[in-house]
Design a binder for this molecule. Structure first.
Ligand code: SF4
Ligand code: SF4
Length: 167
């Protein structure tokens, strides 16, 4: 396996530089067998995520706005000792699909690169960057977006290019 990249400035630069290639690779992956692609992604995810310490990164919480369910809004507002309405008025905005998302970037719960509500964090946060899930090929647009944000996604995508001999 190549040396993994964890430098966030490097990731951003390579995200712009490799954008066209990443889109072509997306088309290539969409023509592969989805089941074996998922198996390869799961193995790479396991191998790469154990080499990356999220508590020294936090870049997803600095750049993304996770969608919350009403139940999660209740839980987080109770944590802050405010009403759900106050929480929504202050910290929530609707995205283009009308989902209620945390509006402040970086996330208000991020303290020194660590989630201060880790035990009660929203499901979307717990599942990010989604590489343990099935259906990788149906989420490739999001993968390309996350390629320049998350070192785990970046390195999994680069390893896939090598595995599938994509140039
Ligand atoms: S709730 Fe926690 S995990 Fe989710 S974005 Fe905020 S700091 Fe990150
Ligand atoms: S999931 Fe990715 S972006 Fe988020 S903290 Fe971990 S390595 Fe960083």
């Amino acid at each position: 396996m190549r040396k993994i990249v964890i430098d966030l400035a490097e990731l951003k630069k390579l995200g712009e530089l490799n954008r066209d290639k990443n889109i072509k690779f997306r088309m290539f992956l969409k023509s592969r067998d989805g089941k074996s692609l998922d198996e390869n992604v799961h193995k790479l995810y396991e191998k790469i995520s154990e080499q990356i310490d999220c508590t020294r990164c936090g870049n997803c919480c600095i750049n993304l706005s996770p969608p919350l369910t009403n139940k999660e809004i209740d839980i987080l507002s109770r944590h802050l000792n405010i009403s759900s309405k106050e929480f929504e008025d202050t910290y929530i905005e609707l995205d283009e699909e009308n989902c209620k998302c945390l509006s402040k970037i970086p996330c208000i719960f991020l303290k020194d690169k660590i989630c201060s509500v880790y035990e009660i964090r929203p499901t979307e946060c717990a599942e990010y960057p989604y590489l343990h899930k099935k259906g990788f090929s149906s989420r490739l647009l999001g993968v390309i977006e996350n390629y320049s944000v998350c070192p785990i996604v970046f390195n999994v995508y680069e390893e896939l290019k090598i595995l599938y001999n994509f140039r």
